[in-house]
Design a protein around this ligand. Structure first.
Ligand SMILES: CC(=O)SCCNC(=O)CCNC(=O)[C@H](O)C(C)(C)COP(=O)(O)OP(=O)(O)OC[C@H]1O[C@@H](n2cnc3c(N)ncnc32)[C@H](O)[C@@H]1OP(=O)(O)O
Ligand SMILES: CC(C)C(=O)C(=O)O
Ligand SMILES: [Mg+2]
Length: 512
C-alpha cells in the first residue's frame, strides 16, 4: 500500500470556524504563504460562497501560492460549486471539496431531505463540479453517525461520478479510535470502486481524540490523507492538530512507516503566526508547539538532559523550528540582523519601505526593552501591516492613573480619519477607563466579548500582548496589540479591533 500521507491543512477554513478566529484577507495570505513553506499538500483556503471576503481571500491565496493544491469548500449545490470554481480560477492546482450530511439526524432535521434526495444531490454535485476540475473531494458530513449501508451507497455513487478523494468526517468529535478506523476499513472493503479514490480523515476534538482518531483512520482504515489545522484550531474544541500528527509520524517512523512532505522546521513559525493572527494563545503544555514542550524544570530531568538530551526528550526542539536565538536583537542591532530574523520567522514584507518602517518601530521598542524576542517582532510587524492597510482609528498617546482606593482614569488621544480627539474617562480599572474614554468619542457600538493578556516574552519587561474580541452587527473580530505597557497594548488592541470592524461594516453603518 502507498506509504505517502497527504497533509490537507484547513486552518483557513475549519480553523476560521472557531468563534472569534476570523482573519482578514491579508492575514490569510500570510498564513497560506507559511503553509506553503511548511510544504502542506493541500490548503483549504475557505468557503467561497460564504461571503465576498471569503471569495476574495481564496482568490488571493490561489494567486499567491504555487506549490500546494488550493481548495474551496462548497455545499452540494450549483451556486456554491460555481463560486468555488470562480474563486479558484488563478490556482496552479485546484480542488473543490463538496459535502452533504448523511446521518439520519442531519438529513431529517437540518436538511429536511430524504436519504434518496441526499444521494441524488451528492451525485449531481460531483457531476457539476467536474465541469471545473478533476480534483474533487466529497465529504459525507456527520459520517461517523451515519448508517453504514447508506454510506456505502452514497460513496460508491460519488466515486462513480468522479470524486477523487473521499473524506470521512467525524464532524462532532463523537468517534473513538478503533471504531473509527474499523469503519473506514469496512467501507473501503465493501465499496467496489473504493480504490479509485484517496481516503481521508477529518476529526474534531470534542472528546480530545481528534489526533488519535485520525491516526487510527490511517493505520486501521488505510486513509492516506489527514485533514488538520495548525495548533488544532477549529470549530468548538478544534480539529486534528497538524503538528501532532506530523511529529507522531516522524518520531514513531518504525511503527507508522509513512512519509509526508512537511518541512518540520516550519512548524513553530506557523504555530506562532496563527496564534498571533487569531489571538488564540497556545497553551504552554501543548504538544510540540507549547512554550513548555521542550522545557525542563525539575532537577532529575535537568540532570538527565544535561547528560543526554534523549533521556527526557523524544524530539529535537530545532527539528520543529524552535530557535535557540544565537543573535540577540536589541537597540544596538542593525538592519541586516533584523531582516535576517524576519526571514527566519517567515515574515515577508512587500517593500523596502515597509521593512524600514518596521525597523524604525523595532528601534523604538528596543529603546524601552532590553531584549527583543521573536514574539515582539511578530507583534510589531503585524502592527506595521495594519498601518499599511490604512487605519481609521490610530492611537496617539495615552496616560492613565490608578491608585488603591481611587477610581482609575485614563486620558486617551487618538485620531479618527486623521483628526485628533482627546478624551478622559474613569472606569473599574485602567483598561476599562481607557475603553470608556475611546468610546466617549468613537461611539462605535461595539461590544467587548473577550479580553485576554499574554506576556509574550519572558520576564517582567516582557511585552504584553492583548487580544480584544469585539462584536458588532453580527460580526466578530479580534484586535491584537502589543506593548511593554499593558494598558497601551489594550488601547492598541481595542483600536485595531475597531479598525477591523470599521472595514467590515462601514457600508452598513457609515458613522462607525
Ligand atoms: C461541518 C462543517 O464545517 S460545514 C461548513 C460550515 N461552515 C459554514 O457554515 C461557514 C459558511 N456558511 C455561510 O456563510 C452560510 O451558512 C451560507 C452562505 C453557506 C449559507 O447561508 P444561508 O443561505 O443564509 O443559509 P443558512 O446558513 O441559514 O442555512 C444553511 C442552508 O444550507 C443547507 N445546507 C446545509 N448543508 C448543505 C449542503 N451540504 N448542501 C446543500 N445544502 C446544505 C441547509 O439545509 C440550509 O438550507 P435552508 O435555508 O433551505 O434551510
Ligand atoms: C465540511 C466537513 C468536512 C467538516 O468540516 C466536518 O464535517 O467537520
Ligand atoms: Mg470540520
Amino acid at each position: 500500500m502507498n506509504n505517502r500521507l497527504i497533509i490537507f491543512d484547513t486552518t483557513l477554513r475549519d480553523g476560521e470556524q472557531s468563534p472569534g478566529a476570523s482573519m482578514t484577507r491579508e492575514e490569510k495570505v500570510r498564513i497560506a504563504r507559511q503553509l506553503e513553506k511548511l510544504r502542506v499538500d493541500v490548503i483549504e483556503a475557505g468557503f467561497a460562497a460564504a461571503s465576498q471576503g471569503d471569495f476574495e481571500a481564496i482568490r488571493a491565496i490561489a494567486t499567491a501560492v504555487r506549490e500546494p493544491v488550493v481548495c474551496s469548500l462548497a455545499r452540494a449545490n450549483d451556486r456554491d460549486l460555481s463560486r468555488a470554481a470562480e474563486a479558484l480560477e488563478p490556482a496552479a492546482r485546484k480542488r473543490i471539496h463538496t459535502f452533504i450530511a448523511t446521518s439520519p439526524l442531519h438529513m431529517q432535521v437540518k436538511l429536511r431531505m430524504s436519504p434518496e434526495q441526499v444521494l441524488e444531490q451528492a451525485k449531481l454535485a460531483i457531476r457539476f463540479a467536474r465541469n471545473f476540475t478533476d480534483d474533487i473531494e466529497f465529504s459525507p458530513e456527520d459520517g461517523s453517525r451515519s448508517e453504514e449501508d447508506f454510506l456505502c451507497r452514497v460513496l460508491e455513487n460519488v466515486i462513480a461520478e468522479g470524486a477523487t478523494t473521499i473524506n470521512f468526517p467525524d464532524t462532532v468529535g463523537y468517534a473513538v479510535p478503533e471504531l473509527y478506523g474499523e469503519t473506514i476499513r469496512r467501507l473501503r472493503e465493501r465499496i467496489p470502486n473504493s480504490d479509485k479514490a484517496v481516503w481521508s480523515v477529518h476529526c474534531h476534538n470534542d472528546l480530545g481524540l481528534a489526533v488519535a482518531n485520525s491516526l487510527a483512520g490511517v493505520m486501521i482504515g488505510g486513509a492516506r490523507q489527514v485533514e488538520c489545522t495548525i495548533n488544532g484550531l477549529g470549530e468548538r474544541a478544534g480539529n486534528t492538530a497538524l503538528e501532532e500528527v506530523v511529529m507522531a509520524l516522524r518520531t514513531r517512523g518504525g511503527y507508522f512507516n509513512l512519509e509526508c512532505g512537511i518541512d518540520t522546521t516550519q512548524i513553530v513559525p506557523a504555530s506562532k503566526m496563527v496564534s498571533q493572527i487569531t489571538g488564540f494563545a497556545v497553551q504552554p503544555n501543548k504538544a510540540v508547539v507549547g512554550a513548555n514542550a521542550f522545557a525542563h524544570a525539575s532537577g532529575i530531568h535537568q540532570d538527565g538532559i544535561l547528560k543526554a538530551r534523549e533521556t527526557y526528550e523524544i524530539m529535537r526542539a530545532e527539528d520543529v523550528g524552535w530557535t535557540a536565538n544565537k543573535i540577540v536583537l536589541g537597540k544596538l542591532s542593525g538592519r541586516n540582523a533584523f531582516k535576517q530574523r524576519l526571514q527566519e520567522l517567515g515574515i515577508e514584507l512587500d517593500s523596502e519601505a515597509e521593512i524600514n518602517a518596521a525597523f524604525t518601530r523595532f528601534k523604538e521598542l528596543a529603546d524601552r526593552k532590553a531584549e527583543i524576542f521573536d514574539e515582539d517582532i511578530m507583534a510589531l510587524v503585524s502592527g506595521e501591516e495594519a498601518a499599511a492597510g490604512g487605519e481609521h482609528y490610530r492611537l496617539v498617546s495615552l496616560a492613565q492613573r490608578s491608585e488603591t482606593g481611587e477610581l482609575p482614569f485614563a486620558t486617551v488621544v487618538f485620531s479618527i480619519d486623521g483628526v485628533e480627539h482627546s478624551a478622559v474617562a474613569t472606569g473599574d480599572g485602567p483598561v476599562d477607563a481607557m475603553v470608556n474614554a475611546i468610546e466617549s468619542k468613537a461611539q462605535s457600538g461595539a461590544e467587548l466579548v473577550l479580553f485576554s493578556i499574554n506576556g509574550i516574552s519572558p520576564g517582567t519587561q516582557s511585552q504584553g500582548e492583548v487580544t480584544m474580541r469585539l462584536a458588532h452587527s453580527g460580526r466578530i473580530v479580534n484586535g491584537v496589540g502589543a506593548d511593554p505597557d499593558i494598558v497601551v497594548a489594550s488601547a492598541k488592541a481595542y483600536l485595531a479591533g475597531l479598525n477591523k470592524l470599521h472595514s467590515k461594516i462601514e457600508k452598513l453603518n457609515p458613522q462607525v
